[in-house]
Design a protein around this ligand. Structure first.
Ligand code: FES
Length: 64
């Protein structure tokens, strides 16, 4: 199942990135580019990272 349509990245690939040490969305973007397009899939990536939406909330707070 695709997590990121823009970059055609599957859940298995994102899980592989996490197994390889990715701990943030930026880490996942660096490894497989998932999340580097429209951003719609960022919530799914966060869910796979196990951080829920807290990282997104923090980044929004910091950018405000
Ligand atoms: S669906 Fe992943 S960046 Fe657009």
């Amino acid at each position: 199942m695709y997590v990121c349509i823009c970059r055609a990245v599957t859940e298995a690939v994102v899980r592989g990135c996490i197994a390889d040490g990715a701990r943030t969305v930026k880490d996942v973007v660096k490894r497989c580019e998932a999340g580097s397009g429209c951003g719609t899939c960022v919530g799914k990536i966060l869910a796979l990272l196990g951080t829920g939406t807290s990282e997104l909330g923090n980044s929004l707070q910091h950018s405000a």
